[in-house]
Design a protein around this ligand. Sequence first.
Ligand SMILES: [Zn+2]
Length: 296
Amino acid sequence: MKKDYLIRAMTINKEIRVLVARSTELVKQAQQAHQTTPVATAALGRTLTAGVLMGSMLKSGKEISLAISGDGPLQRIVVHANQYGEVRGYVTNPQIELLENELGKLDVARAIGQGSLTIKKDLGLKDPYQGSVPLVSGEIGDDLTYYFTKSEQTPSAVGLGILVNPDCSVKAAGGFIIQLMPEAAEETITQLEENLAEIDSVSKLIGQGLSPEKLLEKLLVGFEFKILTEREIEFKCICSQRRMKRLVSSLGEEDLREIIEEDEQVEIKCHFCNQGYQFSKEEFEDILATNPKEEN
Ligand SMILES: [Zn+2]
C-alpha cells in the first residue's frame, strides 16, 4: 500500500502556488466506512480530496468545512479537514443508483443537481469565515474553481479525479489546486493556461499511477519551482465515546426519555465515519440525571 500524501509547491517567481495530492487510500477508507456506490464514491472522494488540500492552507489548529447541498439524489456532502492532513466526511445518501452520463462516466453533476457550495473556515476570529456560491457545474472541481475566484478573489484551477473499479472499490484518487498570486505576470497566466489545456484529465493521470511530483511537473511545465511541504494525509475522524456522550447530552429530556423507553441498549453512529457507539439504559439515565433540567 502506497501512503497518501500531498505536496505544496511555489514557482520561483512566486506567482503560482500549487497543491497536489494522491488520496487513493483515504477515499478507499471513506468508501468502506460509508459503503458508497460508485457515483457517491466519486462525489465524496472529490470533496474529501479538495478538503484535505484546502485544509493544508490553514493556519495551525483550525478547521475548514465544505458543504455541498443539491437537489439531486445525493442531497448533501459534508467534509471537514484540518491542516494536519486529516479529513472526514459523509454524504446523505451513500447508496444511490449508478448514474452515468452519455460518455459512460460517473455522472456526479446529475447526482448532486442544482444547489450551493458553502465553505466555512475557523480563522481564530470572533466569527468564522463563511463563503457560499451557487453550483456552476456540480462536478465539484469547477465549482471550487468558481468559489475561489468569486468568493476569495483568487484565480484558481481545481482538478479532482476518482477512479472506481467495477466491484465498487476505489482504484485511484487524487487532485490539485493551482492558484495565481495577485502579482502574476501576463506571460505566467498564458503559460499556465497552455499547461492546463494540454494536461489529461486528473483521473486518467492518477489512474496511470502518476505520483504527485510527476503531476506537479506536468502542471508547471516551463516554470522553475520549489516543493515547500510534503505531508501524509488520511481519512480520520475525531469522534469518541466521550464526544458522542456530549452529543447525546445535548438532546432534549423528552427525546432521551423516548429512547430509553424503547431500547435497553442504544447504538449511536457517527455521521462522519459511521463508527457505532453503544450506550446502555443506565448511561442514559445518568445523562438525564446530570443534565440541567429544561425550564418548564
Ligand atoms: Zn466518527
